[in-house]
Design a protein around this ligand. Structure first.
Ligand SMILES: Cc1cc2nc3c(=O)[nH]c(=O)nc-3n(C[C@H](O)[C@H](O)[C@H](O)COP(=O)(O)OP(=O)(O)OC[C@H]3O[C@@H](n4cnc5c(N)ncnc54)[C@H](O)[C@@H]3O)c2cc1C
Length: 507
């Protein structure tokens, strides 16, 4: 009989990373033989999830292989695994980068995750740690002493001392008025409904112009779609292009020490305008010349033009914006933590769209495919989108943009991306916990957690031994859309949980 039970809700990349990390820490502290780990996954496979469950050849990682390892102390674990793969897998490694810096298909990464699950389940038996995988949906949690009663959609209620929520990226419900319409596809994933539901020569409208929209374009083109594809987005910005080999650059101005100086010399938290000023100094230091900042404006420019320019910049090792932000990736979370809610909201409104398209760029190989579609007149980006409605008589979606235009399209794909706002996340569990006040919405998005141990905080309910990682923390934390960051958060919370178990601390 085990003294403790740890329950992981969600069997995607974070769930798998949590299983592996907890196993290591439980074994190292010798509490593995009195602990049981239960992983609940509503899908039929563990180690896929939304991001890495795709079967599409054009759905690529947006992060280099050597940052995709599931172990926080071994970010290059996936890159090492790639070296062991048989040659026929090498077709899944895209682009001209070296293997360790390559962008593979996300389905290959899904295979890596599945293999990790098999490996760690076998290791668990060897080291004497009880692990259970339950294929069911967790629909609710109720406090039970210092632990939790976990309600499942089908199976019996189970008890856990500690619960980790890693539910991934729930669908948004931002166009409920279209739900049920035959030609409306509410998410770019899974791809089958889109491939089966849209005739090859049909004109297709896609809402959004981010990485999600690019996934939808790749799904269509890889399944032989010939019809015109039109993106409709609020700002027309597409992700920039990841450089083949980024120019390494050592920052001088936009650094933690410079930002911290503001805290101790002016006795206040940094503001977005402070960060932008330091960023401007950094860019001019990088370029070695004053910059015409007006000329760096991207909104309002044709997407095709910007893309072709971005491809040239990527082939040439990237520019100041891309390489400075890339160099800052391990520090931006600390800076984000120093910002007040108002400043975080100001960032999301002002610089957020630029930061997102620069930090989460698309691999060069996909950029070249999009450029080819533009050149053939098969792709267009319309903005600013004003409204989209459905005309029952015409059985067409009416898409208004740029105040004057209104297009009619028969097929519509919602690629506006996952909802940031927890109230809009389509998940029975999340909505139940929200209603009960066990989780609380954070004004910038997602829920409130204590970032020092990823423990859920609520002002409404006494919440203990409940943790959350990933997209559900998208407001309070910045890089939740990156495996490397989520894996670091998982190492932090695992240490916290295991310390409690080690000291027999149920509280
Ligand atoms: C399309 C897409 C592409 C991405 N590409 C990258 C990339 O290239 N590199 C990168 O670092 N990051 C990428 N991300 C970000 C990615 O979301 C994060 O990296 C994240 O770590 C993914 O893992 P996850 O476990 O949080 O989510 P997911 O992989 O989505 O897994 C969540 C799992 O939880 C299960 N689940 C949810 N609710 C319940 C419940 N109530 N009960 C039981 N099971 C439940 C789901 O079925 C799912 O299997 C991408 C995200 C998306 C959406």
């Amino acid at each position: 009989m085990n003294d403790y039970t740890i329950c992981i809700v969600g069997g995607g990349a974070c769930g798998v990373a949590a299983l592996a990390e907890l196993m290591v820490q439980l074994k190292m502290t010798g509490v593995h033989d009195k602990t049981k780990v239960v992983l609940i996954e509503k899908g039929d496979k563990v180690g896929q999830g939304l991001a890495f469950g795709t079967d599409q050849p054009g759905h690529l990682l947006n992060t280099q292989a050597n940052l995709m390892g599931i172990h926080s102390f071994e970010p290059d674990h996936f890159a090492g695994w790639l070296e062991t793969q048989p040659d026929d897998h090498k077709n899944e490694v895209k682009g001209d980068n070296q293997l360790h810096e390559s962008y593979t298909t996300r389905r290959l990464y899904g295979n890596y995750l599945k293999e990790q699950v098999r490996h760690y389940l076998a290791e668990a038996e060897k080291i004497g740690l009880e692990v259970h995988i339950i294929h069911d949906e967790a629909t609710d949690l109720s406090p039970d002493g210092e632990g939790w009663e976990v309600t499942l959609a089908h199976g019996p209620v189970l008890y856990a001392d500690h619960v980790l929520l890693v539910p991934g990226t729930p669908k948004p419900n931002n166009f409920p008025e279209f739900d049920g319409l035959a030609n409306y596809f509410d998410f770019p994933w899974p791809s089958e409904p889109i491939i089966d539901g849209i005739p090859k020569n049909a004109e297709v409208a896609i809402l959004g112009s981010s990485l999600s929209a690019i996934d939808a374009i790749m799904t269509l083109t890889d399944s032989g779609h010939q019809g015109k594809i039109s993106l409709y987005s609020l700002d027309g910005l597409m992700p920039r292009v990841q450089p083949v080999e980024g120019r390494s650059y050592k920052r001088k101005y936009l650094t933690l020490s410079r930002i911290h100086q503001i805290r101790r010399s002016e006795w206040r938290q940094p503001r977005i305008k402070d960060l932008f000023r330091l960023f401007q100094q950094e860019v001019e230091n990088y370029t070695g010349a004053p910059v015409d900042w007006k000329a760096t404006e991207r909104k309002g420019f044709p997407a095709q033009e910007l893309l072709e320019q971005d491809i040239r910049i990527a082939e040439d090792g990237g520019d100041a914006f891309i390489n400075i932000l890339y160099d800052m990736r391990y520090e931006e979370s600390q800076v984000w933590d120093w910002l007040s809610i108002e400043e975080k909201q100001r960032f999301k409104k002002w610089l957020g769209p630029y930061w997102t398209v620069t930090r989460y760029g698309m691999p060069l190989i996909n950029a070249r495919r999009l450029a080819d579609l533009f050149q053939k007149g098969k792709l267009e980006v319309n903005f600013p989108m004003r409204d989209v409605t459905f005309d029952e008589t015409k059985q067409r979606f009416l898409l208004q943009f740029a105040d004057v235009w209104c297009d009619e399209r028969e097929f519509l794909i919602n690629a506006t991306g996952p909802s940031k706002n927890v109230e809009k996340m389509q998940s029975v569990l999340i909505q139940n916990l929200l209603k009960k006040g066990i989780i609380e919405a954070y004004p910038v998005g997602g829920i409130v957690v204590d970032p020092s141990k990823m423990e859920v905080i609520s002002s409404k309910e006494r919440v203990k031994n409940l943790y959350a990682v990933g997209h559900i923390c998208n407001g309070l934390l910045l890089d939740v859309n990156a495996v490397w960051f989520n894996v670091q958060c998982i190492a932090t919370l695992s240490e916290h949980i295991v310390k409690k178990l080690q000291h027999g601390d149920h509280s």
